[in-house]
Design a protein around this ligand. Structure first.
Ligand SMILES: [Zn+2]
Length: 259
């Protein structure tokens, strides 16, 4: 069982060690300027926390672009192309697997980036967030060749740079129970996921330089999801050992912005 006091104790341990517990926030599958999106942006504003919205190029519309126009806190990342599953029957879902010819995959990615660039202007970063957090390892080295500076998936990264020219920053805390109810994971389990990554970083079992990534899906949130995010942001932003980082700064060393 893990509760908010356990999280505070862990953050105190970071303070005592003189380190900053860095976090970042990625929200997936944004499509339109919906009330749910407004609620998400409202939470980011309330707590002064920057937010990366991973957007599916094919389903994104102008209402999303319009809402983000005057939102300095939000940065757009590219979430695949159409969020379509191209896996072989029986395999785990993926848009960018190894069975589809790579030229099709790379073509989709590049076409998708053009749409992101056209819709979101300077608000987008050339960072690929593959749907279902899956991408065939053989495709990764091709990403910088077609202009990407970043990659974001799931679980602690193995390397900061999976190949030359590419910066990887993953997410570690998914608040939805996808395999069961598709509802909120529960406070205990969600806090446990935060603690698991923070402890592993502090003890050097994973890359301690990778910020702990909160992963949300605003179109899927039930009320408990919203309440948890609100509380997590409140607890962490008021603790002196914590810093929520801006994706623009995180991917800055190799940043390529939309024109
Ligand atoms: Zn997705």
């Amino acid at each position: 069982m893990s509760g908010w006091n356990d999280l505070l104790a862990e953050l105190d341990a970071w303070s005592a060690a003189g380190h900053t517990a860095t976090f970042w926030w990625r929200d997936d599958d944004a499509r339109s300027g919906t009330p749910e999106l407004q609620r998400l942006l409202g939470l980011a504003d309330k707590h002064g926390v920057p937010l990366a919205l991973s957007v599916v190029p094919v389903t994104a519309d102008k209402t999303l672009a319009r809402v983000l126009e005057d939102q300095d806190r939000a940065t757009v990342l590219q979430h695949g192309y159409s969020h379509q599953n191209h896996a072989a029957p029986g395999d785990l879902k993926t848009e960018f697997g190894q069975t589809r010819p790579y030229p099709f995959t790379l073509g989709d990615m590049a076409t998708g980036w053009q749409r992101i660039e056209a819709l979101f202007d300077g608000r987008a970063l050339a960072v690929m967030v593959p749907p279902w957090n899956r991408i065939a390892p053989a495709i990764v080295p091709m990403l910088p060749e077609i202009g990407y500076v970043g990659l974001s998936t799931w679980k602690p990264r193995k390397r900061q740079r999976p190949c030359q020219g590419l910066h990887q920053i993953n997410t570690h805390v998914d608040i939805i129970e996808w395999r069961g109810s598709r509802e909120f994971l529960g406070t205990d389990d969600a806090i446990s996921a935060v603690l698991k990554h923070l402890e592993a970083r502090r003890e050097g079992r994973v890359d301690s330089g990778e910020p702990t990534g909160l992963l949300t899906h605003h179109l899927e949130h039930d009320e408990d999801c919203w309440m948890f995010v609100d509380r997590l942001l409140a607890v962490t932003t008021t603790h002196p050992a914590t810093a929520w980082q801006n994706p623009r700064d995180l991917f800055a060393p190799l940043r390529k912005e939309a024109a």
